[in-house]
Design a protein around this ligand. Structure first.
Ligand code: ZN
Length: 469
């Protein structure tokens, strides 16, 4: 981040108007060292990419002050206590600042932070009507837009994160474990959006952050009680990965993402509440999802589990079509098929019929086309009785087709959660758990806290061999 001022010529005019010709520049006494995470600052991207504005209004009830981040604090610059609203706009690769239509700066610079005037006593600054702690900075983009970035201490950031990620009504020790995990995650992941000029986005890609509107006393207490605490392996902080529900066993990092981290080991999880899920796909839907990911097995004929890890989770999903075989490995199974469709890698495959089409939508056709069934054919009734004698007969619903033999294998359309290769035009995933499976399962952290374990015990259970300090 650039640490220099780049205010324009109009500053002097404005400063005389408000008798503030002297720009105070001094370093604030650092409240604490950044080395342990306490007092470290994060840059949170509030608007960027397609959401980057060409102009915006920012507000502060008691005025503003411009400053340059320095160490754990700020080097204060021009005070603007008389304004409650400023307009930020982009022009020719620069970001302009106006107050009441008067130019305050013709190039505010990426390194400058606009703070609420009373920032030291906790005043908030608003962007798009949403109040934030800390300050705002602006990074010009090509095309006369700019990114809006909230510069905030990591502790204040956590105030606005933990409720979205866990829920403030959960037990205090679980909230503390979540705070330490989220702090470690943010610390290690900061810079994830460096190309856009900030550290973390506000979505689940990084950690969900909604600012002070999402703060709760219970969360603030948990963050304060664990201030600065992170997970360490040796001298280095390590990422506190977490997810919702383990389904009974967490995952080795290499079984999900690729690289083996010694502290991210799959562990038997006796604290996991059950989280059962089921999702049926037609082969047509599967192929659509594969095509979107750049894979095309052709007309799908078979879906099967190719391999499992020692703990039973699926490591390879094999899809065979008339143009070839596609193998989805590890977490790619979930990213390609949809992380909310295939909620975890702890699943079984089954063959299942779709909900049986109602009679008016059923057409019986032979292999050579409509209307010529060889031999005796029976259409399954609503109670799944009857049988197809013609081996090559298909049932055509309004949108899908399924081989009659598949329907025979699953009377009534029920799922059979065994690893039989699915060949009948449909496949059912039946699983347990929700999330990538690496690190701390939040549901288990909550359960451990309910059973009287403290946040250190919770973290030690799911992060193998880490120190918490
Ligand atoms: Zn992100």
């Amino acid at each position: 981040m650039k640490g220099t001022w780049s205010f324009g010529r109009s500053i002097a005019v404005k400063c005389m108007v408000f008798c503030l010709a002297a720009i105070a520049c001094f370093a604030l006494a650092p409240a604490s060292r950044a080395a342990d995470g306490t007092g470290a600052f994060l840059r949170i991207g509030l608007a960027y990419g397609a959401g980057a504005p060409a102009s915006c209004e920012i507000a502060s009830a008691n005025g503003f002050i411009l400053a340059v981040p320095e160490g754990d604090g700020y080097r204060e610059g021009m005070p603007l206590p008389a304004y409650t609203k400023l307009t930020v706009s982009a022009s020719g690769g620069r970001t302009l600042l106006h107050a009441d239509g008067v130019l305050v700066s013709d190039d505010i610079g990426t390194g400058t932070c606009v703070l609420p005037y009373a920032y030291a006593s906790g005043a908030r600054i608003s962007y798009e009507g949403v109040a934030y702690r800390g300050g705002l900075s602006f990074r010009p983009n090509i095309g006369n837009t700019f990114n809006v970035i909230n510069r905030i201490s990591i502790e204040e950031y956590l105030y606005g994160v933990v409720n979205s990620e866990m829920g403030y009504k959960n037990p205090a020790e679980a909230l503390k474990a979540q705070a330490v995990a989220a702090r470690s995650y943010a610390w290690v992941k900061r810079g994830a959006h460096a190309d856009d000029g900030f550290d973390m986005c506000t979505g689940s890609h990084c950690q969900v952050y909604k600012g002070p509107s999402d703060e709760h006393d219970e969360v603030i207490a948990a963050v304060d009680a664990t201030a600065g605490l992170m997970l360490y392996r040796g001298d280095a902080p390590v990422s506190g990965n977490y997810f919702k529900n383990s389904g009974g066993h967490t995952q080795n990092s290499e079984d999900v993402w690729g690289s083996a981290e010694p502290y991210l080991r799959g562990v038997l999880d006796e604290y996991s509440p059950p989280y059962a899920w089921e999702r049926q796909f037609s082969f047509r839907e599967l192929r659509t999802l594969l095509l979107a990911a750049g894979e095309d097995p052709g007309e799908i004929a078979l879906v099967s589990v190719g391999a499992r890890n020692a703990d039973g989770s699926v490591s390879t999903l094999t899809i065979i079509g008339d143009r070839g075989t596609v193998s989805l490995e590890k977490n790619r199974i979930r990213t390609v098929l949809g992380a909310s469709n295939v909620k975890s890698l702890r699943f079984s495959l089954g063959t299942a019929a779709p909900d049986l089409p109602r009679a008016p939508e059923i057409f019986a056709v032979g292999a050579d086309g409509a209307g010529s069934l060889a031999g005796d054919a029976f259409v399954l009734s609503a109670d799944a009785t009857g049988a197809f004698a013609a081996e090559d007969a298909f049932l055509l619903g309004a949108a899908e087709s399924v081989r009659a033999s598949a329907l025979l294998g699953a009377p009534g359309g029920g799922a059979q959660p065994k690893d039989e290769p699915a060949t009948g035009g449909f496949v059912t995933f039946t699983g347990n758990g929700y999330g990538h499976g690496v690190g701390m399962p939040q549901d288990s952290a909550i359960e451990m806290a309910k059973q009287g374990h403290d946040f250190r015990q919770i973290l030690a259970k799911y992060f193998t061999g880490v120190q918490i300090r």
